[in-house]
Design a protein around this ligand. Structure first.
Ligand code: FAD
Ligand code: NAP
Length: 418
């Protein structure tokens, strides 16, 4: 796997990698690795955490389940077990990913966080610097490679918005990435900021644990049932899109959602002007797939409130003037990519840490750079990217191998004629 291992003058380890370096051992990094393994191409995976799929293992709540049917969530070359339910639990998904890593013999370099990656034009290589996160003295390593796969995820860091007075709020404030269960909130008044899939599900979990959640809905959101007449809404939308234009599928989905869920506006949840699929395609905003939150809103167990003006000691003031006394805050305010902090490149990736070109075009850059898992299409996009990237790397790899063989053959011919 490794070529040379040397130390430079500053005492840093320098490692020449034969094959691509993959940054991130989440589903994307694992999927690319598995496809490369099948092609017989060596690679190195670098992961900042001490385990694979750290988002799933460390930064998600206990009650989480995949919200799309399993056939849309399996990675290339290994289907889910037939015994798994239609919507596997987080635990089952992690078990699947662990067996995936084992099957394809993927052994990431754990506890190494990539601090910078830069293309060295003179030598035509990527220089990837990592800091080891174990031990008392951080050690720096430089990996040198010809191909770099960015697989650090769309949800690498939690977004903490600046809200007036939040710093002085007397109760506990956590991001949804650190929320595990509503158990410790029983009887407490909890403000959940945000109404994406996380905000809706955290609110439901809090209600299930007899806490008193208030969920902040500052703008508009599409809430769709997870299933329509027993069929996954996502699956249904995919089928309809084969035959009908997007706008018509959106209209049908909204009629069905209205029949099943009723008028969400009645409960303070306005719908955006654009349809759910159009909004997702053009602006990357994911619709919420309801798994019971609306029922608890209707019954009054979850209180929907408007945007926040500011926090005071133990209360929050809302834009409609209302003041709520609260014990704790859960910021379900979303995630962001961390690519701009370490990748010194601005052609493939934009300032927001996502490829500038939209799906299906944003997976390949120049100089052997690839982006895996930035399609805003969850695990379906992860698999699509991985297969394209591995195939492309495979082509480059075989071409280089053939060139080397041709050179050796020419060299041999020259020697024999000499
Ligand atoms: C709460 C939640 C639930 C979700 N549920 C679903 C779902 O049901 N279905 C679905 O399709 N999608 C879901 N998603 C989207 C989810 O992001 C993807 O499913 C999937 O995890 C993406 O895989 P990834 O490998 O691209 O990113 P990640 O899973 O985020 O993996 C990226 C890895 O890169 C590592 N990393 C980051 N920066 C560095 C660095 N600088 N150096 C080294 N390593 C680094 C991270 O530690 C991480 O292990 C969910 C997201 C969240 C937040
Ligand atoms: N079961 C599942 O499969 C599951 C569960 C959870 C998450 N996910 C996935 O994980 C990804 C992230 O989801 P997410 O819900 O964490 O993030 P998200 O979809 O980005 O939603 C963030 C929410 O926070 C709100 N917000 C941000 N700043 C705010 C502020 N200052 N004041 C009030 N509200 C604020 C946003 O409102 P605006 O819309 O007004 O900006 C939005 O409602 C998505 O892809 C999602 O599908 C999946």
């Amino acid at each position: 796997m490794f070529g040379l291992l040397e130390q430079d003058f500053a005492g840093r380890r320098c490692i020449w990698v034969n094959g691509p370096v993959i940054v991130g051992a989440g589903p994307s990094g694992l999927a690319v690795s598995a496809c490369l393994r099948e092609e017989g191409i060596p690679f190195v995976v670098i992961e900042r955490a001490e385990c694979i799929a750290s988002l799933w293992q460390k930064r998600t709540y206990d009650r989480l389940k995949l919200h799309l049917p399993k056939k849309f969530c399996q990675l290339p070359k290994l289907p889910f077990s037939e015994e798994y339910p239609e919507y596997p639990t987080k635990k089952q998904f992690i078990t699947y990913l662990e067996s995936y890593a084992k099957k394809f013999n993927i052994k990431p370099k754990f506890n190494e966080s990539v601090q910078s990656a830069k293309y060295d034009r003179t030598c035509g290589v990527w220089r990837v610097k990592t800091v080891s996160t174990t031990g008392s003295i951080p050690s720096v390593t430089e990996y040198i490679c010809q191909m770099l796969v960015v697989a650090t995820g769309e949800n690498a860091e939690g977004v903490v918005p600046e809200i007036e007075g939040l710093q002085e709020f007397s109760g506990e404030v956590i991001h949804a990435k650190d929320y595990k269960s509503g158990e410790k909130y029983t009887g407490k008044k909890v403000l959940v900021v945000g109404c994406g899939n996380s905000g809706m599900e955290v609110s439901l979990d809090l209600a299930n644990h007899n806490a008193k959640p208030s969920m902040v809905v500052r703008s508009s959101v599409h809430v769709l049932p997870r299933e329509i007449f027993g069929k996954s809404t996502f699956d249904l939308a995919m089928i309809l899109m084969k035959w009908l234009p997007l706008w018509l599928v959106d209209k049908l989905l909204l009629i069905l959602a209205w029949l099943i869920l009723g008028n969400t506006q009645k409960y303070g949840i306005r719908r955006p002007k654009l349809g759910p699929l159009e909004l997702k395609n053009n602006h990357g905003k994911t619709p919420v797939l309801d798994i019971g939150t609306l029922k608890r809103i209707r019954s009054g167990d979850i209180n929907v409130v408007t945007g926040i003006t500011r926090f005071h000691g133990s209360s929050v003031q809302l834009i409609n003037g209302e003041i709520l006394e609260i014990d704790s805050v859960v910021l379900a305010t979303g995630y962001c990519s961390n690519v701009p902090y370490w990748l010194q490149e601005n052609e493939l990736f934009g300032k927001n840490g996502f490829p500038k070109q939209q799906f299906p075009n944003g997976w390949k850059g120049k100089g052997g750079l690839y982006a895996s898992g930035f399609t805003r299409r969850g695990l379906t996009g992860v698999s699509a990217d991985a297969m394209k990237i591995a195939q492309d790397i495979g082509n480059v790899w075989k071409e280089e191998l053939n060139q080397k063989k041709r050179k050796v053959a020419t060299h041999r011919r020259c020697i024999s004629t000499y």
